[in-house]
Design a protein around this ligand. Sequence first.
Ligand code: ADP
Ligand code: UDP
Length: 236
Amino acid sequence: MEKREQLYEGKAKKVFATDDPALVVVDYKDDATAGDGAKKGTIRGKGVVNNRLTNNLMKMLAEKGVPTHFVEELSERETLVKKVEIVPLEVIVRNVAAGSFTKRLGVPEGTVLKIPTIEFSYKNDAYHDPLINHYHALALGLAVQEEIDTITKYAFRVNEILSEYLLGFGIRLIDFKLEFGRLPDGTIVLADEISPDTCRFWDAKTGAHLDKDLFRRDLGGEEEAYQEVMKRLLGE
Ligand code: ADP
Ligand code: UDP
């Protein structure tokens, strides 16, 4: 497998073509952004942590019946994945009120929700990833009903699997964002990443943030927190 030209550079990762048109390489950076790009910085070692954690979690999810784009970890920061057409939705699942949910609805952070919730944002930087409902997704042609149903089913399944798994390592899964993609035959698979950049992880005992909120909110200690999550989950 030969790594070829760069196809895309995002805020946290670069995507490269390979000599196989069905596969791409994702390369995780240490760059961090927050507040819709208003805050920019670096979290040293983040790319390594996010790459290794994402792959570990995706492998586990695949074994439990959630198909993913993962193919093979190539290095500390690089992974070979199936190239997909990303469904332009940020799929957010919440167990506990935090972040934008608390601001929008006036619910105190930390409130345990009576049931897990799902919401969709339209992945569109120019319009700041607006919150939409599934009718909007259908009306705009972002996905069809069958895809929305599959995505919803997988997102809640990911929540069940990850919540239980992480609790075994003393971590509460508060909320997270997923992205899904279409393979050439139309099959929906989990894509992008699952990491402290895209999930809220709270220490089960102390409630300490073990995620990007340390960076977003200028609390400090983000490098150590990312390393701590990797140490707990991967033992190193
Ligand atoms: P952003 O685009 O939000 O700045 P990243 O820096 O994480 O995000 O860039 C990675 C990009 O790659 C994202 O746009 C993501 O949707 C896309 N992507 C993730 N997995 C795949 C995949 N398997 N095939 C094609 N694109 C992918
Ligand atoms: N999230 C993400 N990317 C985004 C927006 C949100 O990964 O562009 C994740 C975020 O890390 C959190 C969850 O989705 O785990 C819910 O985020 P929220 O809507 O509360 O937004 P925020 O407070 O991050 O602005």
